[in-house]
Design a protein around this ligand. Structure first.
Ligand code: GLC
Length: 736
């Protein structure tokens, strides 16, 4: 409808009808089962609320959505919005974000997210609570799996790609409104402990943690979700500096701001608001539009309005944003727009999407080690597959909450279909965990693929027999799918002991060994890596992941994945990330040595695997790095040139990474920062020239007044296949 009509509709609403638009409730308020994505508590709200509510949380499915919408419209003249957590897939599950980020291919991910929207929108969802763009430099935090990693530039590129993929040129029934989260800096909880305090300088916040949210908004994200954590002692959900000064004034965001699950009510628990009435005032004053799953707005806004403690203009402004979103979707003309009833069953269209998901998985899996050329596994090799992930369908990660693993092909199913009985045997091997209670209660199904029913001794005996029979043993091990995700912080980042003990024993009978890792965050792998020949980081690779793994280990497809989060060599190093400052006493490259440098007595400073690291079946040489000039004038740019040479006999996708080091500045700068990257396809033996432009934007940084500035001085350019010092070729130039 036209804006004037929308204005008239707003004016026609009662106070309760207006307030209802600013409340989101979960499916159980509408006769649906509740998808538990937060702590369970009775809300204590009156019945008028669910009759007037503006949006529904985590209900999906053409039939359910149609039914709820129909019933709602018998009592209300305003259609419901349906919002859900569709992070990396609905029916077809892509690799988790920390996995697909290893593709370093935003274009590929934009296409993937278009596909996700095509599968999801017909099932009645209007808004997805995605992308999650939090920068994460602490692998103890379980939600690392939802992030694209530790670097603000890479996260920003992927943030734009995911928003464009979801929203694109919006088509009802094919697109999804994107709600970027969690604003802000939820990925930096102290001690890596879920929901813990976030506290950092504004300079670091603006420089390293805010850019991906801004990128998502620049790409058109229409909603922002506030994070659970405090920033400078003020919870994000009531943080005026964040929600007004930064989001609205500085960035010009005009869309809707929604709280995370019950976060308004939690302002009281934080010790920020004395009671729910004060929490309502604080959140509303900060500019929070929608209260997700808390009683605060429902039980307090009306009395606060009557008492004059909140303005009706402000209320109307928030309500109008909700009405506008519904109007832009066309819901007033057709409340069922885009819903396709047969989408509750798999349809042919999804076949193409499965092919795309497999391609993404192939580019997301990272080859960490491949000694003795154990991979690719050649035809005629006797292969034994074993371990708790050998025949486990839980390959979709903790946030595929609207899907289930039941239709997934497991590794065993794929290997069995590709290899004959003379060349393939398998065993469960061992239990994934020795105690599943650590996982806590979860609201969604996962088929705990437990072999507790069988005897560990019998499984170990069978594993040893198979290892003795095989030329190559493929060990499929890792974290439980629910040891990461929300509420999944861990202090011990090793593969569960029950698996390591089994692995150590079987390795004594193994000729050649390959480890496939399934995990939702970087793990500490030292003791496993040194004992085996090859290691693949498979993450949780999604519904098509098993086939992708088979194609990679047999060489049908070459590896191209590169890590986007450092793998610590010890938990004690955390937070660990590549773009660190020099310090006044760096352990390398300074005149000082011995004790009085920045180091540990009992561990290396270096991660086990660096940001940007990954191997392939090829070797690419970097030659002739040069600059178009060794001085760059204000307003100018200079070019970086180099030549790549694929000395291998296989085609390879090489991810060339460009880092910059601002050698001295009025606020110290990291020893290297990713400023650009290119994915270059090289045929066997091919040489190819590659160029990058160095722009002023790449040289600027946030000074103590929180403004981006650029200063004259000496800079270093570093180019290579990873952030490892030994992989980088460097040159210097001066910005005048
Ligand atoms: C959860 C998560 C958030 C999700 C929301 C709705 O607690 O923090 O990412 O979108 O609740 O399920």
């Amino acid at each position: 409808m036209r804006y004037e009509e929308l204005q008239k509709l707003l004016e026609s609403l009662t106070i309760k009808e207006k307030i209802g638009q600013l409340i989101q409730l979960s499916g159980d308020f509408f006769g649906e089962h509740e998808m538990k994505t937060g702590p369970q508590a009775k809300l204590g709200i009156e019945s008028w609320v669910s009759e007037n509510v503006g949006s529904v949380l985590n209900v999906i499915g053409a039939k359910q959505v149609r039914l709820i919408q129909k019933k709602h419209l018998e009592k209300s003249k305003i259609p419901l919005l349906f919002m859900a957590d569709i992070l990396y897939g609905y029916k077809t599950i892509y690799p988790i974000p920390l996995a697909f980020a290893s593709s370093w291919d935003p274009d590929l991910i934009e296409e993937a997210y278009k596909n996700i929207a095509k599968e999801t929108s017909p099932a009645g969802v209007h808004v997805t609570f995605s992308p999650m763009v939090d920068v994460v430099r602490d692998a103890r935090w379980g939600r690392s799996m939802e992030s694209t990693g530790e670097d603000p530039l890479l996260n920003s590129r992927f943030a734009k790609a995911m928003v464009r993929g979801f929203q694109g040129d919006f088509i009802p029934g094919e697109s999804l409104i994107s709600c970027v989260k969690h604003f802000a800096a939820y990925g930096a909880p102290e001690s890596g402990r879920e929901y813990n305090t976030v506290d950092m300088s504004r300079g670091r916040l603006v420089q390293d943690y805010l850019p991906p949210y801004k990128a998502a908004i620049e790409a058109g994200a229409k909603m922002v979700m506030t994070s659970f954590n405090t920033i400078e002692g003020v919870p994000a959900t009531a943080n005026k500096w964040l929600l007004q000064d930064v989001l609205r004034e500085k960035w010009g965001f005009e869309g809707l701001v929604i709280s995370d699950y019950a976060a308004v009510q939690e302002l009281v628990t934080h010790g920020y608001s004395e009671n729910q009435k004060e929490a309502t005032i604080a959140a509303f004053a900060a500019g929070l539009d929608i209260d997700m799953k808390s009683p605060c707005y429902a039980n307090n806004l009306e009395s606060l309005l009557v008492d004059g403690r909140i303005s009706e203009d402000k209320l109307n402004s928030s309500v109008m944003k909700v009405l506008k979103m519904k109007n832009d979707l066309g819901l007033f003309e057709d409340p069922y727009i885009g819903i396709v009833d047969d989408t509750d069953s798999d349809s042919a269209d999804f076949e193409e999407i499965k092919v795309n998901a497999q391609k993404v998985a192939e580019k997301s899996i990272v080859l960490l080690k491949n000694d003795k050329g154990v991979l690719p596994i050649k035809k005629g090799t006797k292969v034994a597959l074993m371990g708790p992930y050998a025949d486990n369908k839980d390959l979709i990660g903790a946030w595929a909450i609207h899907s289930n693993s039941s239709s997934i092909k497991t590794l065993k199913t794929v290997f069995e279909s590709e290899l004959d009985q003379q060349h393939f045997k398998w065993a469960e091997g061992c239990e994934l965990l020795s105690d599943y209670k650590v996982l806590g209660e979860f609201g969604w199904e996962t088929n705990f693929n437990s072999i507790l029913k069988r005897s560990a001794e019998a499984e170990l005996k069978k594993s040893i027999e198979l290892a003795q029979w095989a030329d190559v043993v493929v060990f499929a091990i890792g974290e439980h799918m629910l040891q990461s995700g929300e509420g999944g912080s861990r202090t011990d980042l090793t593969v569960p002991d029950i698996q390591k003990e089994w692995l150590d024993t079987v390795l004594e009978h193994t000729k050649k060994s390959v480890v496939l890792l399934f995990n939702g965050r970087p793990l500490v792998l030292n003791d496993i890596v040194k004992k085996v020949d090859s290691v693949l980081e498979c993450w949780f690779p999604g519904t098509e992941g098993a086939q992708a793994i088979y194609n990679l280990v047999t060489g049908k497809v070459n590896f191209s994945g590169r890590l986007t989060m450092s793998f610590p060599s010890s938990v004690g190093q955390i937070p660990i990330y590549y773009s660190n400052f020099s310090t006044g006493r760096p352990s390398k490259g300074s005149s000082r040595s011995g004790r009085f440098v920045s180091r540990y007595l009992d561990a290396s400073n270096e991660p086990l695997y660096q940001f940007g690291y990954g191997l392939s079946y090829s070797v690419v040489k970097y030659h002739h790095l040069s600059l178009s000039s060794n001085t760059m004038k204000a307003g100018d740019s200079i070019q970086v040139h180099l030549e790549l040479e694929n000395i291998g006999d296989r085609e390879v996708d090489e991810i060339v990474q460009l880092y910059i080091h601002d050698i001295s500045a009025s606020v110290v700068r990291p020893v290297k920062e990713l400023k650009d990257f290119k994915k270059i396809l090289l045929s066997p033996k091919e040489r190819k020239n590659v160029s990058f432009s160095i722009t002023e934007q790449m040289l600027n940084f946030v000074d103590s007044s929180l403004e981006y500035i650029i200063e004259p001085g000496e800079f270093e350019v570093l180019v290579g296949p990873s952030s490892r010092t030994e992989d980088l070729k460097t040159l210097k130039f001066r910005y005048m």
